[in-house]
Design a protein around this ligand. Structure first.
Ligand code: IMP
Ligand code: MG
Length: 186
């Protein structure tokens, strides 16, 4: 049995709420804000959230790599940088989950140093509050998690699998074994 952490209705509810709050916060921006999706984990959340924003925005993405299996490596690698010049603009970073905070900490520093944005807002679908080792301020989150369980689905993967599952769940031992087998054999 899969323990569902966030189902499709809850996900859409969170997207709607955050989009409403962001639309309100950003409606008077002088320059068009940039929504920056952190690939690949934020893929689904980025699309569902930005579709509900009711002001003009730009979309771009950045890709970093920090996770192997179910344990963070603590090292962040920039795989793809954004293409927009965000100098003087508000940048809204859209991330799937903030765990240790190392990735987001790196990303915020990278953007500040290279692009000098007007300000950065951090949005995460999940906030594992008790896993933090690097300081990070989250402006909007879909759901705060007190437990540090590894989650899969809706962009979150195990060995690159199940990003396409439309809800978020905690896998059991059998599921891990099955996904490991699939990833190795096919
Ligand atoms: P952090 O640097 O430790 O905050 O890790 C952030 C990144 O690790 C996220 O962008 C995710 O891609 C990945 N990650 C953290 N927790 C999970 C999880 O429970 N399932 C899948 N990926 C996760
Ligand atoms: Mg991610």
């Amino acid at each position: 049995m899969r323990e569902i952490v966030f189902d499709e209705i809850e996900i859409q509810g969170a997207c709607k709420r955050i989009a409403r709050e962001l639309t309100r916060e950003l409606k008077d921006e002088e320059k068009i804000p940039i929504f920056l999706g952190v690939m690949k984990g934020a893929l689904n959340f980025f699309l569902d959230l930005t579709r509900k924003i009711e002001i003009p925005i730009y979309l771009d993405y950045i890709q970093i790599s920090s996770y192997r299996g179910t344990q963070s490596t603590g090292k962040v690698e920039l795989v793809h940088d954004l293409r927009f010049d965000c100098e003087g603009r508000t940048v809204v970073i859209v991330e799937d989950i903030i765990d240790t905070g190392v990735s987001m900490n790196y990303l915020v520093k990278h953007l500040e140093n290279k692009y000098h944005p007007k300000r950065i807002l951090v949005v995460a679908l999940f906030d594992k509050i008790n896993a933090r080792t690097a300081p990070i301020k989250i402006d909007y989150s879909g759901k705060v998690l007190a437990q540090n369980d590894f989650l899969i689905g809706y962009g979150l993967d195990y060995k690159e699998l199940h990003r396409n599952v439309p809800y978020v769940y905690i896998p059991d031992e059998d599921e891990y074994n099955e996904l490991t087998k699939i990833a190795e054999e096919r």
